[in-house]
Design a protein around this ligand. Structure first.
Ligand code: NAD
Length: 372
C-alpha cells in the first residue's frame, strides 16, 4: 500500500465519540476501496481530558496534532464541566488547537440536499450550495480584553461601575491571506465572492474592503460583492441560492455559519475544515457541539462528521475520488429514505411512508454499504 496518512482522532465529549467513531469507520472503509492507509491514533481533549489530566488540551494531544497529517475531531463540552473557570473549560481545547496548529481558515460548506428540501425552515429554499470562509485566529476572539472599575458617569448621572471590553484587531497580513483563500475557492466554484463586514462602522472592516478591492485585480474572473453583516443575515434567508463563497471575520463567520447551517436543515449535516498554510496539518470536524441532550442514545446524526472526512480527503490529502465516493454514498442513503430524528421531517403522509428512522450506527452502516 502506497499512500499512508497519520490521522489524529479526538472523539471528545457527549455525542463526539459516537459521531467521530462513525467517521473513523467510514474513513477505514473508503481507504480500503481506494488504496490508501490511514494510521489513526486517538487522543483526548475537552471534558474527557479534564477528567483524565486536569486540563482541556494536554500537551501530548497538541503535539500529536501538530505532528499529524490531519486531525479528526468529534465535539467537546457539556454541563458536567460548565462550572469550571473560563481558562480550563473544555472549549479552550478547540481554541488551543486552532492557535497551536495555526489554523487561520475555517471552511464551512452549507448544502441543502434535494432529498431534505422539507427539512429546511425556508418555504422556498431553492438550491443552496455555499461556502463560508471564516477567519479563525484573529479578530475580537483573540484581541485584547479586560475589565476595570470606571469613575465616569452616564449622561443621566448614573455611575458606570464596572466596564468590560473586547478588541477587534486585524493586520493586513491576516486579512489578505484569508481573502486570498476566499478568492481561490470562488475561482474553482461559482466565481462569486461576497465579502461580509460592517464597513459603515468599523475601521477594521474598511481595511477588509480596500484589501479585497486590491486583491480582486488578480482575480478578474471572480465577481466581487460587499455586504454589511446585518444585511447579509437577511439576504441569506431571502436569497440563499445566490451566494457562492462568503469570506468574513472570525465573529461574523461564527454567527453567519450557524444561520447558513440551519437553513440547510440540521446542524447534524454540516462538516467543516480548518486549515493553515499549505503543507500544514488541518483539522476536520462537524460544526455542531457535543449535544448533551441526546448523548449516549444512538440517535445523533453522524453525517456532519462523515462529510468532514470527505473534506479532509478532498481539500487536504488529495484523495478526491474517495471523497466523492463518500458524498455519493451519503446522497444515496438519504435518497433511500434513511433519516436520523433531526432530519426526519416530511411534508405529507405519502412522504412519511418513504422514510425509515435509523440510529447513528445504522445510518453509518448504510452509508458504508453504499460506498462504491
Ligand atoms: P449543540 O450543537 O451541541 O446542540 C444544539 C442542538 O442541536 C441540540 O438540540 C442538539 O441535540 C442538536 N444537535 C447537535 N448535533 C446534532 C447531531 N449530530 N445530530 C442531531 N442533533 C444534533 O450546541 P449547544 O447545545 O449550544 O452546545 C452543547 C455543548 O457543546 C456545549 O458545551 C458547547 O460549549 C459545546 N460546543 C462544542 C463545539 C465544538 O466542540 N466544536 C461547538 C459548539 C458547541
Amino acid at each position: 500500500m502506497g499512500r499512508s496518512y497519520n490521522i489524529v482522532s479526538i472523539p471528545g465529549d457527549g455525542i463526539g465519540p459516537e459521531v467521530n467513531g462513525c467517521a473513523v469507520r467510514v474513513l477505514e472503509a473508503v481507504s480500503q476501496k481506494y488504496g490508501f492507509e490511514p494510521k489513526i491514533t486517538e487522543y483526548k481533549a475537552g471534558g474527557s481530558a479534564i477528567d483524565a489530566y486536569g486540563v482541556p488540551l494536554p500537551g501530548e494531544t497538541l503535539q500529536a496534532a501538530q505532528d499529524s497529517d490531519a486531525v479528526l475531531l468529534g465535539a467537546v463540552g457539556g454541563p458536567r464541566w460548565d462550572m469550571i473557570e473560563a481558562e480550563r473549560r473544555p472549549e479552550q481545547a478547540i481554541l488551543g488547537l486552532r492557535q497551536g496548529m495555526h489554523l487561520y481558515a475555517n471552511l464551512r460548506p452549507a448544502i441543502l440536499y434535494k432529498e431534505l428540501g422539507d427539512v429546511s425552515p425556508l418555504k422556498k429554499p431553492g438550491n443552496i450550495d455555499l461556502l463560508i470562509v471564516r477567519e479563525l485566529t484573529g479578530g475580537i476572539y483573540f484581541g485584547k480584553q479586560g475589565s476595570y472599575k470606571s469613575s465616569e458617569k452616564l449622561f443621566d448621572g448614573t455611575r458606570k461601575g464596572n466596564v468590560a471590553f473586547d478588541t477587534e484587531s486585524y493586520s493586513e497580513a491576516e486579512i489578505s491571506r484569508i481573502l486570498r483563500r476566499g478568492f481561490e475557492f470562488a475561482r474553482i466554484r461559482g466565481k462569486k465572492l461576497t465579502v461580509v463586514d460592517k464597513a459603515n462602522v468599523l475601521v477594521t472592516s474598511r481595511m477588509w474592503r480596500s484589501l479585497a478591492r486590491e486583491i480582486s485585480e488578480e482575480f478578474s474572473d471572480v465577481e466581487l460583492e460587499f455586504l454589511y453583516v446585518d444585511n447579509c443575515s437577511m439576504q441569506l434567508v431571502a436569497r440563499p441560492s445566490t451566494f457562492d463563497v462568503i469570506v468574513t471575520s472570525n465573529m461574523f463567520g461564527d454567527i453567519l455559519s450557524d444561520l447558513a447551517g440551519q437553513i440547510t436543515g440540521s446542524v447534524g449535516m454540516l462538516p467543516s475544515a480548518s486549515m493553515g498554510n499549505p503543507g500544514m496539518p488541518g483539522l476536520f470536524e462537524p460544526i455542531h457541539g457535543s449535544a448533551p441532550d441526546i448523548a449516549g442514545q444512538n440517535k445523533a446524526n453522524p453525517i456532519a462528521s462523515i462529510l468532514s472526512v470527505g473534506l479532509m480527503l478532498k481539500l487536504h490529502l488529495g484523495e478526491k475520488d474517495a471523497s466523492d465516493a463518500i458524498t455519493a454514498a451519503v446522497r444515496k442513503t438519504l435518497a433511500q429514505g434513511a433519516r436520523t430524528p433531526d432530519i426526519a421531517l416530511y411534508g405529507d403522509e405519502e412522504e412519511a411512508k418513504k422514510i425509515t428512522l435509523v440510529s447513528t450506527v445504522e445510518m453509518t452502516d448504510r452509508i458504508i454499504g453504499n460506498l462504491e
